[in-house]
Design a protein around this ligand. Structure first.
Ligand code: AGP
Ligand code: GLU
Length: 611
């Protein structure tokens, strides 16, 4: 979800304030930018793919304006391009809109509008919303405010929007699930998807509530509720400095991103679980479903953290679908002369969509006739484009080099894929499907519960911050979580940490164990719990310290372990989405105590575009 800026006021500087606001929102990451203003009772739109500086150049000769809205887009529907960039003007020119979020029922609304003769110029859900509001306005002869209010009654999904019309009297704002703030300046109002564009331009701000509509004119702000009744508003003082807002008050981008996970996992699940009928809707793979269901083998290639999601994918796909799955490091796959036939399905999991090793591996497999699926965060990235089909993870921009929210997005996506295939192949019935969907739907709240308990996890971390070697252990689907926990600690604190299957520990790594090498056990109460408890005892018997992450109080465990972190209970298949979270908080705390730059760890790059 990306950035919105709006300005309406007495001074003619709207285009400048909006461009400057968009620059300030660049930290969120985006793929295109645009702005709209009104001249001679006509809406004018300027848009550019790529950086705000491109838009800045393109709009340098705009006459000074007293109203403008702007946007930085992080594509969710349609590739990053000038046509898909916001603002979107409605078909008959009645309005222009900027939008953050996802309109879940855009397909249905689009069909209704096409029946009414509407033609679309972009692939976005946002243009559908623009036309839906226009259609409501014209059909029912409403003013803009009432049209927005009425139109939104039929819209499902998440949105923060600003709408303007050719009369240029007002900016109409509305929000649901996506944030929107209105700054109250001395002679103007500045709107922002967060307070960043408002800082220094207004001393007071109101944060709109879900389902509220704000009507902002040059000299008045009015806020209405879902029933179109005036609610008044309560401005808050705006004291934050820019840097603090960018990190939303968190001490690092990584911590901000850890805390965004309830929202980002919900974004990944949104519209996919709630589809009509029992099935999980994964629009991006529907066309290739017959070939997927026929697959004799699935290979997943990826690197680093994404490789850990791939391992979780293997556990899930094999156990739920009985299709054999191979997981390979992308950098190995290419050079080991893999056996690839045109019945094969090769899945690439990648946050950036630009990782050179993964890209090269997928290109090779594609050349040999395999069907390529991408599980990708960045819309329109190279790997998204080269894939035949895929699932976007919708985790939003990840700035911290160490992946957190992108990982849980990948796990959520691959979990939905495994469940969907399993149901289609008849390995799980409707009842089991519904159980898994219900359990998935509450994962965001359960992640929030863990985050609410961060202080307890951090106090455990504080005790272990000065140790120089760690072992992370787990079994089954939580073995990759142990690997990811170890990688996270290694990446940001430079502590030596290794992940192992808990059962494998006695075959070698146990030699490392003494009082100076703590072990982190990832051990929810699944089929292998008792066995893992035995492994834990083996460590205790050798004076090793033990930190256990589990999902239920167990007196024996409390007695055996030095620290126990309890997370909420979920279905065994979904545990990685929860067990991962305390490990992220744990490594972040240790790195901060050791005074490391968690957002930019030494020697690492966010996107590795060399092989
Ligand atoms: C994550 O913490 C790492 N920085 C790294 O392992 C990363 O996951 C890997 O380079 C793959 O990147 P990708 O997901 O963008 O392909
Ligand atoms: N869903 C919209 C699009 O793809 C908005 C994305 C955003 O929040 O930037 O254009």
């Amino acid at each position: 979800m990306c950035g919105i800026v709006g300005y309406i006021g007495r001074e003619k500087k709207a285009e400048k304030v909006v461009i400057e606001g968009l620059y300030r929102l660049e930290y969120r990451g985006y793929d295109s930018a645009g702005l709209a203003y009104v001249e001679d009772n006509k809406i004018k739109v300027v848009r550019a793919k790529g950086a705000v500086s491109g838009l800045d150049k393109k709009s340098s000769n705009i006459q000074p304006q007293d109203l403008a809205i702007g946007h930085t887009r992080w594509a969710t529907h349609g590739k990053p391009s000038e046509e898909n960039a916001h603002p979107h003007e409605s078909f008959k020119g009645e309005l222009a809109i900027v939008h953050n979020g996802i309109i879940e029922n855009y397909k249905h609304l689009k069909e209704l509008l096409m029946d009414e003769g509407y033609i679309f110029n972009s692939e976005t859900d946002t243009e559908v919303l623009a036309n839906w509001i226009e259609h409501t306005k014209l059909k029912r002869d409403l003013n803009l405010v009432d049209a927005v209010h009425e139109a939104l009654k039929f819209v499902h999904g998440a949105y923060a929007i600003c709408v303007v019309e050719p009369s240029a009297e007002m900016i109409v704002c509305a929000k649901k699930s996506s944030p929107l703030a209105v700054g109250i300046g001395d002679d103007s109002f500045i709107i922002g998807s967060d307070a960043t564009p408002i800082i220094g331009r207004a001393k007071e701000v109101i944060y709109l509530e879900d389902n509220q509509i704000a009507i902002v004119t040059r000299d008045k702000l009015q806020v209405k509720d879902i029933d179109n009744r005036d609610t008044g508003f309560f401005p808050e003082k705006l004291l934050l400095d820019l840097q603090a807002v960018e990190k939303k008050g968190f001490e690092s981008f990584m911590m901000k991103e850890i805390h965004e996970q309830p929202e980002t996992i919900a974004d990944c699940l949104r519209g996919r679980l709630a589809a009509a009928g029992p099935e999980i809707a994964l629009g991006g793979i529907e066309d290739v479903m017959p070939r997927l269901l026929r697959a004799k083998k699935i290979t997943i290639v990826s690197c680093g953290t994404s490789w850990h999601s791939a391992l979780i994918g293997k556990y899930l796909i094999e156990s739920l679908t009985r299709i054999p799955v191979e997981v390979d490091y992308a950098s190995e796959y290419r050079y080991r002369k893999p056996i690839i036939s045109n019945d094969d399905v090769v899945v690439g999991i990648t946050q950036s969509g630009e990782t050179a090793d993964t890209k090269a591996a997928l290109e090779m497999a594609k050349g040999k006739g395999a069907l390529i699926l991408g599980v990708v965060n960045v819309v329109g990235s190279s790997i998204a484009r080269l894939s035949n089909a895929g699932i976007y993870t919708h985790s939003g921009t990840e700035i911290g080099v160490a992946s957190t929210k992108a990982f849980t997005g990948q796990v959520a996506a691959i979990t939905m894929l495994a469940i969907k295939l399993s149901h289609r192949l008849g390995h799980i019935d409707d009842e089991k499907l519904m159980d898994l969907k219900d359990a998935l739907a509450i994962i965001p709240d359960q992640v929030q519960e863990i985050l609410d308990d961060s202080a307890a996890i951090e106090s455990v971390a504080s005790i272990y911050a000065n140790y120089d070697d760690f072992l992370y252990l787990g079994r089954g689907i939580n073995f990759p979580v142990a690997l990811e926990g170890a990688l996270k600690l290694k990446e940001i604190s430079y502590i030596h940490a290794e992940g192992y299957p808990a059962g494998e520990m006695k075959h070698g790594p146990i030699a490392l164990i003494d009082e100076s090498c703590p072990s982190v056990f990832v051990m929810p109460h699944d089929d292998s719990y008792e066995k893992t408890v035995s492994n834990l005892q083996e460590i205790r018997a050798r004076s090793g310290k033990v930190i256990a992450v589990t999902d239920k109080e167990d007196k024996n465990l409390t007695e055996a372990a030095d620290a126990v972190i309890i997370i909420p209970k979920t279905e065994p298949e979904l545990t990685p989405l929860l067990t991962t979270i305390p490990l992220q908080i744990f490594s972040h705390k240790i790195a901060r105590i050791r005074n490391k730059d968690v957002d930019k760890p030494r020697n690492l790059a966010k996107s590795v575009t060399v092989e």
